[in-house]
Ligand binder design. Structure first.
Ligand code: FE2
Length: 106
């Protein structure tokens, strides 16, 4: 379970489906703060490749999760800070951190 509680990223998209139980899923915001999601049965989550995340159990300590990756190699987790230099992290930052809209105030 330690691999899930450690902050990590994957090279490609990860899809999670909660088939039973509940728990907490955390993702990093643009300004590097944690955003917590409370997940329960029936929830589906899509995590972009290169996005740091982690998972923890709640007080019930029970969850059943199915995870899908596009390729077997994408299953590999890169913990922070080792993932910082991974090409997936660089792509994620380019796609999701640099897309602020410029507002023309004319
Ligand atoms: Fe993961």
């Amino acid at each position: 379970m330690q691999v899930f509680t450690s902050e990590h990223l994957h090279p490609d998209v990860e899809v999670r489906f909660i088939s039973a139980g509940s728990g907490y899923f955390d993702m990093r915001s643009r300004d590097d703060r944690w955003i917590r999601l409370e997940l329960s049965e029936g929830d589906l989550l899509v995590i972009p490749g290169g996005a740091y995340h982690r998972f923890s159990l709640d007080k019930k300590a029970y969850i059943k999760v199915r995870r899908w990756f596009s390729e077997e190699e994408s299953w590999v987790a890169f913990n922070r800070p080792d993932g910082d230099t991974h090409s997936a992290r660089q792509r994620y930052i380019q796609q999701h951190h640099n897309d602020l809209l410029e507002v023309n105030e004319d």
